[in-house]
Ligand binder design. Structure first.
Ligand code: ADP
Ligand code: MG
Length: 326
């Protein structure tokens, strides 16, 4: 990178976020960061990459890229019911655009402080705009929510509303304006990792995943890992008023099932634990909706008004021609 690489790191990325878990011993500035895991916890690690033109349109302002990038990365920690601690940032930039960098680092800093994570290091190179965040968090051994624990009879739940992000992307790509557009675009650029919800349900949930490729595709990962199937009730899918008003029920449902990048949680809870779920969520401000149940028969079926039909668990897949649905 240019001679001012170190100046750029110092200016924008040397003191960003806060370390709520109190585990960072050495942050940006040396060859490595040093982290002291809290006694008795396991380290949970995940990385997410965004490429301009693939994950966000060319010309997207830095603040929107920042919220999308950190939100998506932290969503993976939420899916494991991990407590976030810190992250590293790999930046490949075509040029030093100070307006873009300021917007990016300011928003990243706000959100990192909000979620209690600290930026502890990274790498800065020159090239086509590409950004990776690796997040690090903690779980108690045996307490992480895996994809493999769902059992026949478990109820399937999702957080928030589904399909908004897919709607938001559509409005961006087709330059659509209108009353519902700001909300939908906010849902695309500003995913809200469901870290608190995950911690509240982690004692009794049997499996979890975050919805990044679309509900059907991601639920299917749980089903395959747990060797079970699912019956879903499309009429129960939580859809926002904005999406419903903009595209109507049929399209909203399709995007709720297959649209990607909701970054909501999908998790399973045994029928007998439903009272615990209700109690755990009694003061929680994120909606949690039951959308179906786990079955013994593999595959996904939809059930509505006495009719039952099976669906393909499609989703967004970067290297598959078949699986791409947008
Ligand atoms: P090295 O050459 O030893 O790998 P670098 O010169 O790449 O180190 O980075 C210097 C310091 O700045 C390191 O502490 C590194 O973690 C940090 N750093 C580099 N790029 C970033 C970035 N984009 N965000 C945060 N920290 C960064
Ligand atoms: Mg070094």
């Amino acid at each position: 990178m240019a001679v001012d690489e170190f100046e750029l790191i110092r200016h924008y990325f040397s003191d960003l976020g806060n370390d709520k878990s109190g585990s960072v011993r050495l942050s940006v500035g040396d060859d490595c960061a040093i982290i002291a895991p809290p006694a008795g916890y396991n380290l949970v690690v995940s990385i997410d990459t965004m490429v301009e033109g693939t994950h966000f349109p060319k010309g997207t302002p830095g603040d929107k890229v920042a919220s999308r990038l950190l939100g998506a990365a932290l969503s993976d920690l939420a899916a494991m019911a991990a407590v976030p601690a810190c992250f590293t940032l790999a930046l490949t930039l075509p040029e030093t655009d100070n307006v873009w960098l300021k917007a990016f680092s300011t928003r990243l800093s706000e959100l990192a402080s909000q979620y209690g994570v600290r930026l502890v290091g990274g790498d800065t190179t020159k090239g086509p705009l590409t950004l990776s965040i690796q997040v690090h968090g903690w779980t108690k051994p045996g307490k992480a929510l895996l994809r493999s624990g769902a059992q026949p009879g478990d109820r399937i739940f999702v957080t928030g509303t589904l399909g908004d992000s897919r709607g938001g992307l559509e409005t961006i790509l087709k330059h659509i304006t209108g009353e519902q557009v700001p909300y939908l675009q906010k849902r695309f650029f500003n995913p809200e990792p469901r870290l608190d919800t995950a911690l509240l349900v982690s004692d009794f949930a049997t499996s979890a995943i975050d919805i990044s490729d679309g509900l059907l595709a991601d639920l299917n990962h749980i089903l395959v890992a747990s060797r079970v199937g699912a019956m879903l009730h499309p009429a129960e899918l939580p859809v926002s008023q904005s999406l419903y008003r903009w595209v109507g029920e049929k399209q909203a449902r399709e995007w709720a099932l297959g649209g990607g990048e909701d970054f909501e949680l999908c998790f399973t809870v045994p029928l007998l634990s439903e009272p615990k779920l209700a109690w755990a969520l009694r003061e929680h401000d994120v909606a949690v909706t039951c959308i179906g149940q786990i079955t013994e028969t593999p595959g996904i079926v939809l059930a509505e008004e006495g009719k039952v039909w099976s669906v393909e668990p499609q989703g967004y897949n970067h290297f598959s021609e078949k699986g791409v649905n947008r």
